[in-house]
Design a protein around this ligand. Structure first.
Ligand SMILES: [Zn+2]
Length: 300
């Protein structure tokens, strides 16, 4: 019997990552290219189809399914992308159906952070439970909520938009079209802006090493804690996974974040029994996570 793969795809704001994941969950033919290199024409779906056809053509085995993580809101059925500030010309297209028709295999879509949660759940041996949440702090805030083993979609598909809780007193514009959303104050974008404004001499990767004890950065970490605590206070999760590029930065004050999460969470419960797990930021997390996701969907 020849080799067979699930192709996992992770479309980020900057990079497009793809890999062929085998039955033992090892990644082969991993590629990372700038998003613009894949979506280099107005017909985004056509460009994506061409790219995938070339990619699949070079594999030494068959492809059983594809799954794609997107930095976007998706419809409840996970077939159409509703809004993606960072991917041009993809909104309201029947992506899953078009790719299924082109490749004659099941094609699944989910939010990129849902794929990260699938990966982390397995990697950190999280048992099946009622409520599992993932809060990922990168350029923005990614959030995935798993209820009894299923990603919570919500009526319109937009559940788990933790980054867009409103913050009093902020008038910063957000990619979603609103103003004053949390992710503009507790995501990497804010950090980059703060550096330009106050710490131009510091390389962004050293910002916590050099300035981590200053009020501005402590407030930034406190806002991350507020976002996480908001989720905890509403859902009382069995486990809370925290990850993304920001907590993975050099000298990020994880113990201070922990302290502030405990400060903001309701007492005595859930505060006394919080199970917070800090996850590593990994290059192919969402690619393998997408394969886990596709395997589960196929079993259904
Ligand atoms: Zn927003």
């Amino acid at each position: 019997m020849g080799k067979s793969y699930i192709v996992g795809i992770d479309i980020g704001g900057t990079n497009f990552r793809i890999g062929a994941v085998d039955k033992e969950w090892n990644t082969h033919y991993f590629r990372k290219v700038p998003v613009g290199e894949v979506f280099c024409q107005e017909d985004t779906l056509g460009a994506l189809t061409d790219f995938l056809r070339k990619y699949i053509g070079q594999l030494d085995g068959t492809v059983e399914a594809m799954a794609m993580g997107l930095p976007a809101t998706l419809n409840r059925e996970r077939t159409v992308l509703l809004q993606a500030p960072n991917i041009p010309n993809m909104e309201n297209l029947p992506i899953a159906a078009a790719l299924t028709e082109s490749f004659h295999i099941p094609v699944y879509l989910e939010k990129d952070v849902s794929m990260a949660l699938y990966y982390d759940k397995r990697k950190y041996h999280i048992p099946d439970c009622e409520v599992l949440v993932g809060c990922y702090f990168g350029t923005g805030i990614g959030n995935a909520i798993m209820i009894n083993g299923r990603i919570l979609a919500g009526r319109n598909g937009t559940a788990g938009e933790l980054g867009h809780i409103p913050v009093d007193g902020s008038s910063l514009p957000c990619g979603c079209g609103n103003v004053g959303c949390m992710e503009n104050l507790a995501g990497g974008k804010y950090l980059a802006g703060l550096r330009l404004e106050r710490y131009q001499d510091t390389y962004i990767g050293d910002i916590f090493t050099v300035h981590g004890s200053e009020d501005e950065l402590l407030l930034f970490v406190d806002r991350i804690a507020m976002a996480v605590a908001t989720e905890i206070n509403i859902l009382n999760p069995d486990y809370i996974l925290i990850g993304g590029g920001v907590p993975a930065m050099k000298d990020f004050p994880q113990s201070y974040l922990d302290e502030r999460i405990h400060f903001h969470v309701r007492k005595p419960y859930p505060e006394q029994e919080l199970r917070v797990i800090y996850t590593q930021d990994e290059e192919n997390k969402c690619v393998i996570g997408a394969a886990f996701y596709a395997a589960e969907r196929r079993r259904d």
